[in-house]
Ligand binder design. Structure first.
Ligand code: SF4
Length: 308
């Protein structure tokens, strides 16, 4: 069980710490997003975790990365300096650093550019537009909490726990705060709070974070919060030990289902309304496509993928 020391912060974007623990040789570790993929659609899980198919960078995800980066930098400042003007001033350098570190992110900003293809030039209009969107989300953030009063213990923190040899739970937590009531886990969401279709996924993510933090540190978080900057709402969860025990059993059952699917190479599509956001419809049998051979199988043209 581990919670690593915070990643060192050099000038520029924070380089996320990468675990040295590979977990399962093919499937890697289980994270909230990969677990969510399997629950949504086993074939989507396969495409992302085993085939590791590239996906076009999306504007919403990039906007989220930008706002996370700004909020992370904001907490590098002394508490009294963490105001909206400071956050606003941080957006432009954060955008420049993100585009320098990940040139492919330009596809997110230039939505008409053909992908895959040459990385497009980011126009001034696109920069201005995404900066304005990020600043509006930061304004919403300052209505929701006062960062000068927040005492983060960790930020952008890798947290993982080894439940069994090849069964590793892993996640990155935006913020772990010390409060009078105890440990608080905070995650920023730059979209709106979920409707019925997504609320279960959000609660799943909160329980996942609660479980890894508890198992990794021995401390039961007092409260977990998802801050939805898109509409100023907060989803809160107060975990208790029994609920987390039940959730751990659920994750073990999920992991059994995933490893069984891997053993049988049986990754079935599960068509739903969420398919409209899937990048892989062209390869999906539910939409008339054919998945590529699994890595390591004849004709795949590649060796077995080892997930880091
Ligand atoms: S299109 Fe739908 S069914 Fe097909 S892989 Fe994507 S999520 Fe699964």
């Amino acid at each position: 069980m581990s919670i690593s020391p915070p990643a060192t912060r050099d000038p520029g974007i924070r380089v996320r710490e990468v675990s040295e623990n590979r977990g399962h040789p093919v499937l890697g570790a289980l994270s909230p997003s990969r677990a969510g993929d399997f629950l949504q659609c086993p074939l989507l899980y396969r495409f992302r975790t085993i085939d590791r198919l590239p996906e076009r960078p999306g504007l919403a995800a990039f906007r989220g990365t930008l706002v996370h980066e700004v909020l992370d930098r904001l907490f590098d400042l002394e508490p009294q300096a963490r105001d909206l003007a400071a956050a606003t001033a941080l957006t432009e350098p954060a955008l420049a650093d993100l585009l320098a570190a990940e040139p492919e992110a330009a596809f997110a900003l230039e939505e008409d550019a053909a992908w895959p293809g040459p990385v497009p030039e980011v126009s001034e209009d696109s920069r201005t537009a995404v900066l304005a969107q990020a600043r509006a989300l930061l304004e919403a953030y300052f209505v929701m909490e006062d960062p000068s009063q927040v005492v983060p213990e960790q930020r952008e923190q890798l947290v993982e726990v080894v439940l069994e040899d090849e069964f590793v739970l892993r996640g990155y937590v935006d913020r772990l705060d010390s409060t009078a009531a105890g440990l608080r886990v905070v995650d920023y969401k730059t979209g709106r709070s979920p409707g019925p279709m997504w609320e279960q996924s959000a609660m799943f993510q909160l329980r996942f974070y609660a479980l890894i933090v508890h198992r990794a540190t021995g401390r039961l978080p007092h409260r977990l919060q998802l801050l939805y900057l898109g509409n100023g709402e907060v989803l809160t969860y107060h975990p208790d030990a029994e609920d987390l025990d039940r959730f751990e059993r659920k994750l073990r059952a999920l992991w059994t289902a995933i490893t069984r699917a891997a053993d049988r190479s049986d990754w079935r599509p599960n068509q739903s309304k969420k398919c409209q956001w899937c990048s892989h419809q062209a390869l999906c049998p539910a939409f008339g496509g054919t998945p590529p051979p699994l890595p390591g199988q004849p004709d795949s043209g590649s060796s077995l993928t080892v997930v880091q």
